[in-house]
Design a protein. Structure first.
Length: 468
């Protein structure tokens, strides 16, 4: 009887082991099938209009940072060298870039971007849902962007899709954006009311586009000369260096303040325990009022006056829309940026300034000197501008523009668009770059350097940028 039980147990154990192996094997097969482990070469075949069959490999390479892929409803980390298939959704995260090779074509994704791969009878295409990409095209490629079809036979272009708007920069040959044929050196802006084209300014290039243009320009004749590209790259590097120097100086200052605080605490402890109370200690502790000296009273009075002035400044409500709560974020470990507001270009165009507006133009053209601001993750350039103006008592007027899905800055310090000519108005740049979308869309990063500047001529040309 016991032998039969042992035999049954062995059989059950064998069955269980076999079941586990089958389940494990099925899991491997499922994952392997999804990730293309068993594809011979990962090539995608499609039929050309002439009936010939062409096989193309779509592969993700040169990954920097972290990226995800979603395939058949299952998401996992994207590995360098992954062969892509129809319906794949690629997402890049902060600080990530990746190249997608489609035959001879290369499509590079910027950070925080999302594209879907489509395989049809006519070929391979992409849908860009957010972020940006740069394309170096040798064979026909199509891209969908905000329900608009982008088609190129061969050429170089980039596409950016911030919230509510999109743009296509053309660097070589011609790109068809909807029904518009956009030639090299031009930009097509896709807005709610249609497609608008204009000349492309090199200042409009973000750091990702600039790096790609620099690389491609070594082998192709793009719309920008090498000298222009190198000059802009140098300016951006200098702006970045300045921002880094400011952050390092802030760290040194913060450390010095902390050391001084600890030193004062130690001296206070000595006093409390009957330690030395010599003149040097008394002078050091005047700010605390612990010794009741005349100097201490004087310093305290000055401190009180400063606090009153600061309170008046913080309570100032000059925002015409009365939408700002005026609260400054002041968290020790919070994210930091700097903001400057200037209108010095007006000083060179005073003859065009609306009568009576000269009283709002500072002698040095600086409305708000470079100021450090704290902000929370997810806040935008517009959020910081509102808070800075409220704290400094600077008049600010803005309106919501559905076309751009952003707030439009109409006036700062009573200086409005068209106050200094038909092409005048407010623009902003971050780390030396003039974004081609609204300030409500630009999400800040720690250490960003924001400059609001008033343009008088050339729709931004006089301040080193362009509205397009």
């Amino acid at each position: 009887m016991s032998n039969k039980i042992k035999i049954k147990r062995r059989m059950l154990n064998t069955i269980m082991v076999a079941a586990i192996v089958l389940i494990f094997g099925a899991g491997i097969m499922t994952v392997g099938s999804l990730q293309g482990w068993f594809d011979e070469d990962g090539a995608i075949e499609f039929t050309q209009p002439d009936g010939t069959v062409e096989a193309v490999t779509v592969e993700a390479r040169n990954k920097i940072g972290s990226a995800n892929i979603e395939r058949k409803g299952i998401a996992y980390s994207l590995s360098d060298g992954t062969k892509l298939k129809d319906g794949d959704i690629i997402q890049t995260l902060n600080g990530t870039s990746i190249d997608i090779f489609i035959g001879k074509n290369t499509v590079s994704l910027d950070e925080n971007s999302e594209v879907t791969v489509h395989v049809t009878d006519s070929g391979i295409s992409f849908t860009l849902f957010g972020g940006g990409l740069f394309a170096d095209i040798f064979e026909p490629l199509t891209l969908e962007l905000m329900d608009t079809n982008i088609a190129v036979e061969s050429g170089v272009f980039s596409a950016n899709a911030p919230y509510g708007s999109a743009s296509v920069y053309v660097y070589e040959n011609m790109v068809k954006v909807g029904t518009h044929e956009v030639k090299a050196g031009n930009i097509a802006s896709i807005l709610a009311d249609g497609i608008h084209t204009a000349a492309l300014s090199i200042q409009s290039l973000n750091s990702f586009d600039l790096a790609k243009v620099t690389k491609v320009n070594d082998t192709k004749m793009l719309c920008f000369a090498n000298a222009e590209i190198q000059q802009l790259a140098l300016e951006r590097q200098e702006a970045k260096k300045i921002a880094e120097d400011i952050r390092e100086l802030e760290k040194v200052n913060a450390q010095a303040i902390e050391e001084q605080r600890r030193e004062n605490e130690e001296k206070q402890d000595k006093i409390a325990t009957g330690g030395s109370t010599g003149n040097k200690t008394t002078k050091t502790d005047d700010a605390t009022g612990s010794n009741g000296t005349d100097d201490s009273k004087t310093d305290t009075g000055k401190t009180d006056e400063r606090k009153k002035d600061d309170s008046k400044s913080n309570n100032s409500k000059t925002d015409n829309n009365n939408t700002d709560d005026g609260d400054n974020i002041d968290v020790v470990d919070s994210l930091k940026c700097t903001i400057t507001i200037r209108c010095d270009t007006i000083l060179d165009n005073m003859e065009d300034l609306t009568e009576g507006k000269n009283k709002y133009v500072p002698a040095n053209g600086v409305i708000l000197d470079t100021s450090k601001m704290s902000f929370e993750e997810g806040e935008t350039v517009f959020d910081v501008l509102k808070r800075a103006c409220s704290l400094a008592g600077i008049q600010l007027e803005y309106s919501w523009t559905p076309m751009y899905n952003s707030h439009y800055i109409e006036g700062i310090n009573h200086l409005y668009e068209f106050d200094c000519g038909p092409e005048s108005g407010w623009m902003y740049k971050v780390n030396g770059w003039f974004p081609n979308y609204g300030a409500s869309v630009y999400t800040l990063k720690d250490g960003d350097v924001i400059v609001w500047t008033y343009t008088c001529k050339g729709l931004g040309v006089d301040v080193g940028g362009s509205l397009y």
